[in-house]
Design a protein around this ligand. Sequence first.
Ligand SMILES: NC(=O)c1ccc[n+]([C@@H]2O[C@H](COP(=O)([O-])OP(=O)(O)OC[C@H]3O[C@@H](n4cnc5c(N)ncnc54)[C@H](OP(=O)(O)O)[C@@H]3O)[C@@H](O)[C@H]2O)c1
Length: 255
Amino acid sequence: MTTYLVAGGTGVAGRAVVTELLRRGQTVRVLSRRGGSPGGGVEHASGDLVSGVGLAAALEGVDVVIDTTDGKTRSTRDVLTTGAANLLSAAATAGVSRAVLLSIVNVDRGQFAYYRAKTRQEQHYRDATLPTHVVRATQFHEFVPMICAPAARIGLIPAFTHTRFQPIDTSDVARALVDAATQERPSDEPTVVGGPEVLTMREMATAWQAATGTRGRVTNIRMPGNMGAFWRNGWNLVPDNTFGTVTFEQWLATR
Ligand SMILES: NC(=O)c1ccc[n+]([C@@H]2O[C@H](COP(=O)([O-])OP(=O)(O)OC[C@H]3O[C@@H](n4cnc5c(N)ncnc54)[C@H](OP(=O)(O)O)[C@@H]3O)[C@@H](O)[C@H]2O)c1
């Protein structure tokens, strides 16, 4: 029996990975700083990738690591760099067979701090002494609502101009990660997975507003900076890699 450690298994993507592993009858341990509530057929280990505390114990008896950790703010971003290096070194010491990382489509083309940290995270995986594989996904269905919801509190629902997304369901991302994690000899080339359709941000914002009954005006905004340019260039899209099956409308209907 293979034991999987899902680093970040309490997060949005990580929870979907845990569900997918359990659906396939695998043994699952979750690693996060706060740990999770016991039960549900999953073991929980508390540990911090950045300080390294708890990693050796969390990795004991683990065959495969799936890394879905995240640090969305400047103060937590070290988890993507120092944290990835610590996790991989502890995994090698513990005799883990392979590690799979969740990353973002075309992340190395992004010239902003978060994407630069994710690119360094990918590099740690490529440089690791154990076999590794990277799965690059498009934005999750949660992504545009995560931008719209806070702004809607002041009556404004942003629709970045000339910006499209190919949103993917985390259950589809999880399927790709677990498929990769079960390969004994992972490929050096990243797996690239996108959602089933490409939508403008206005279409997504409008659909989200209708589904949630949120008040506010969908408003065209030109997103400034490198991030705005990244979206307008369509570097977040992979129309030839429509791996996802769940559409944004279907996802909204389940909220
Ligand atoms: N959002 C998107 O559209 C999208 C698209 C493609 C790829 N991705 C990638 O998907 C990954 C997961 O994103 P998400 O939104 O699912 O993240 P999330 O919900 O914020 O979850 C992050 C997880 O990491 C754990 N964590 C954070 N810092 C840690 C540390 N120092 N040590 C141990 N565990 C730590 C958190 O638990 P604790 O806080 O309890 O430690 C949590 O379980 C990210 O790497 C992101 O780049 C996201």
